[in-house]
Design a binder for this molecule. Structure first.
Ligand code: ZN
Length: 203
């Protein structure tokens, strides 16, 4: 499955000059919500992801996503795998488990995102669940940005990957996108355009 081609064909791989939430600038941006507006597409993708995960024979009770980005991918994966589904969310920047969701001691949880870049939100989600007694068994995403090592990759994670290195990361594939520090962005240096925050306007 060519996940980059799928994002492109659904106009979910945007080209431009973007300001990412990390502060970095990039010329391409993945808008997973646009891809997942079709539940049928979402199901096709997570059925495939489910197959990969099932082959690893993990013991999974529950799938959990960090809101908002991971919600649709995670719910669809839980549907494909017939697992319980919960999510964490930010309250004043702190990741929390709310909505009456509870965690059993030793509950085996797989964390699912739409995109894994360095894994920051996924790890915040993992830490909250672990503090409540969960056992995190792995991570999953539709597309990996190439900073973290997936189960298919032969090369190691880059130093800025924050995911637990002893746990597997399942992805449909990698979509590598360069990021530039704001002070060192070639598009800013060329002049003309200003970096736009995706989601803030027509994005
Ligand atoms: Zn720039």
């Amino acid at each position: 499955m060519d996940i980059e081609a799928i994002y492109k064909s659904h106009e979910a791989l945007l080209e431009g000059h973007f300001l990412l939430s990390s502060g970095y600038h990039s010329s391409r941006y993945l808008q997973s919500a646009k891809l997942l507006e079709s539940p049928k597409v979402a199901k096709t993708l997570t059925d495939e992801l489910s197959t990969k995960i099932t082959q690893a024979n993990l013991n999974i009770d529950t799938i959990c996503s960090p809101a908002i980005g991971g919600l649709i991918a995670g719910f669809s994966l839980a549907t494909s795998m017939e697992k319980r589904y919960i999510f964490t969310e930010r309250v004043s920047l702190n990741m929390q488990l709310r909505r009456g969701f509870d965690i059993k001691q030793g509950e085996n949880i797989l964390i699912c995102e739409d995109i894994i870049t360095t894994g920051g939100s996924a790890m915040e989600c993992a830490v909250v669940l672990e503090s409540m007694g969960a056992n995190i068994v792995g991570f999953a995403c539709l597309a990996n940005r190439g900073f973290c090592k997936t189960t298919q990759d032969s090369t190691a994670s880059k130093p800025n990957c924050t995911l637990y290195s002893h746990l597997p990361l399942f992805a449909l594939g990698n979509i590598r996108i360069d990021m530039h520090e704001a002070d060192n962005c070639p598009m800013c240096k060329d002049g003309g355009t200003q970096a736009i925050k995706p989601g803030s306007r027509a994005n």
